[in-house]
Design a protein around this ligand. Structure first.
Ligand SMILES: *Cc1c(COP(=O)(O)O)cnc(C)c1O
Length: 355
């Protein structure tokens, strides 16, 4: 078995993959593949219901919020958030903490004025800006909870006088959050929740229907809520595998239990990076991500040989994003701590060899 540190689509629990594979051949003894049954069948409706129920349970979603499973990835939500929440002639506030945040705010410009309340662009996004004021006259404040490419993460969510919209694509269900603090949460499934092809949306119902603009059905959260994520054919297989992953998470003790494991994985890995003379972490210490651990070698000549050693040990997906370079160890929920120890051993062995 490989040790999969890939940033996304990321690692899924092995037992989930086995169940998913079986369902492709024969879904729950129906004699049919999950891929060839109607999305309106009682079998599939049970899957979708279960997925929604697990999201609500694992995240303690309060009354007054709807849970949706949509297509188009998190990138579509960059546009749908302002489409549905930013009134004609209104303004939205954005915290620019990386490429994804930047793409999100660019989409919002199609729908109204955008105020960038703070940015860390000048440092290639190595930290999360902290001293800023959220404008009370904006429709919402958009943040990115974990910056997948740069390895930074909001350790605390900002206090905001206006609804907070949060892209949680790369750390959803990795830590406890208080959903009531948010107006809208969205996450592409393929980092920490399931396979590519489905996006989770948790939206506060009373924020909707206030833009004064007409919204085409597929892009309209209210239409999607009324249709129970089935206005059209949903991504059945991706929803099924997400449901299995959420079930796996619940069996592990839910979000608090996985959060403790994630903290431990991040702690031991950063300790090694800080200790090892060959490696250096990229992100500001106080903003370090517990999902994507970005680090570099002081000597870039050592990059290739280290990746080669990792390859020999079955460690995959470690190459950093092209805009940052170096290495990125994504330690998502499904990655066992034993894989982190294998990586740490490789780092130690490499430092020994290159003294
Ligand atoms: C990967 C990622 C995205 C893009 O997701 P898609 O589903 O590919 O559109 C957006 N935001 C963050 C934080 C991501 O990590």
């Amino acid at each position: 078995m490989k040790h999969n540190f890939g940033a996304g689509p990321g690692i899924l629990p092995h037992e989930v993959l086995k169940q998913a594979a079986a369902a492709v051949i024969d879904f729950n003894g129906t004699g049919l593949s999950l891929l060839e049954i109607s999305h309106r069948s009682s079998e599939f409706e049970a899957v979708l219901d279960e997925a929604v129920k697990l999201v609500k349970e694992l995240f303690s979603v309060p009354e007054g919020y709807s849970v949706l499973f949509l297509q188009g990835g998190a990138s579509t939500q960059f546009a749908l958030a302002p489409y549905n929440l930013l009134p004609e002639g209104g303004k939205a506030a954005y915290l620019e903490t990386g490429v994804w945040a930047n793409k999100a705010l660019k989409e919002a410009k199609f729908f109204g004025e955008v105020e960038i309340v703070a940015t860390s662009k000048e440092s290639n996004f190595t930290y999360i800006p902290k001293d800023y004021t959220v404008p009370a006259d904006a429709a919402y404040f958009h943040i990115t909870s974990n910056n997948t490419i740069y390895g930074t993460q909001l350790q605390e969510f900002p206090k905001s006088p206006i609804p907070v919209v949060c892209d949680m694509s790369s750390d959803i269900f990795s830590r406890t959050v208080n959903v009531a603090d948010f107006g809208l949460i969205y996450a592409g499934a393929q980092k920490n929740m399931g396979p590519a092809g489905v996006t989770l949306v948790i939206v506060k119902d009373d924020l909707l229907g206030k833009t004064g603009r007409k919204i085409p059905a597929m892009f309209n959260y209210q239409v999607q809520i009324e249709g129970g994520s089935m206005y059209n054919t949903p991504p059945c297989f991706a929803i099924y595998v997400s449901m299995l992953t959420l079930k796996w998470l619940k069996a592990k003790g839910g979000v608090p239990a996985i959060e403790a494991e994630n903290n431990e994985k991040a702690k031991v890995l950063y300790e090694e990076i800080d200790r090892n003379p060959l490696f250096k972490a990229v992100a500001a210490v106080e903003d370090r991500s517990r999902m994507n651990v970005c680090f570099v070698t002081e000597n870039p000549e050592l990059e290739k040989p280290f990746l080669k050693l990792c390859d020999e040990k079955g460690i995959v997906g470690l190459k950093g994003h092209r805009s940052v370079g170096g290495f990125r160890a994504s330690i998502y929920n499904a990655l066992p701590i034993t894989s982190v120890y294998v990586l740490i051993d490789a780092m130690r062995e490499f430092a020994e060899k290159n003294k």
